[in-house]
Design a protein around this ligand. Structure first.
Ligand code: 5GP
Length: 194
């Protein structure tokens, strides 16, 4: 019997296309997949919890962590820093667990270079019109922030070429099941394109 392999799973999408919901569903359905809690310098939102949604740190602390090589990847997004802890990823894999990261594309590409064993998945919105509708319905951002997100989405979609698999997010349940299928196929050394 082949030894089951554990690796990081990168999930990216333009904001509003549902990468967080897909990751939440995967974590809920699979007892051997954990969420990677990132570090960020942005302010905590009312609905968020320290250590659960993010580790919220100062810019000085974040920059010190960059110098100490504490991140497997980091990026600046809409004026704030975001990074994935090398230690969290390595500790999780060494416990024979998968770790799933919902991150933007520039950091994701860095991560793929540092961890070529990662499975990378890019999630498309059903259309740009639908993405715009979802962003406006969320009511979390001011209109100018929505415009910036839509503009960013175009650049992020261009980065889709670096990922192992694409999928259109038309249904969270279907998409999460598909992602789970790819995780276990890769884990058993099988072809994820079949
Ligand atoms: P938000 O501020 O809305 O929570 O996240 C903004 C963007 O940063 C999202 O696209 C989110 O996926 C991304 N992000 C969150 N954590 C990380 C991380 O550790 N690294 C990178 N590169 N992006 C992240």
């Amino acid at each position: 019997m082949t030894q089951k392999k554990y690796f990081p799973i990168i999930v990216s999408s333009p904001s509003g296309a549902g990468k967080n919901s897909v990751c939440d569903a995967v974590v809920e359905k699979c007892s051997d997949v954990e969420y990677s809690v990132s570090y960020t310098t942005r302010a905590i939102r009312r609905t968020e919890e320290e250590g659960v949604d993010y580790f919220f740190v100062s810019e000085d602390r974040f920059k010190k962590m960059i110098r100490e090589d504490a991140f497997l990847e980091w990026a600046k997004y809409l004026g704030h820093y975001y990074g994935t802890s090398r230690k969290i990823v390595e500790d999780t894999i060494s416990r024979n667990m998968f770790i799933i990261l919902a991150i933007e594309t520039k950091g994701a590409v860095q991560f793929m270079k540092n961890r070529p064993d990662a499975l990378s998945i890019f999630i498309f919105p059903p259309s740009m019109k639908e993405l715009e509708r979802r962003l406006r319905n969320r009511k979390t951002d001011a209109p100018d922030v929505i415009e910036t997100r839509l503009d960013n989405a175009k650049h992020e979609i261009a980065d889709c070429i670096y990922y192992d698999r694409f999928i259109i997010n038309d249904d969270i349940d279907r998409v999460s099941d598909e992602v789970i299928k790819w995780i276990y196929k890769k884990s058993e050394g099988k072809d994820i394109y079949g």
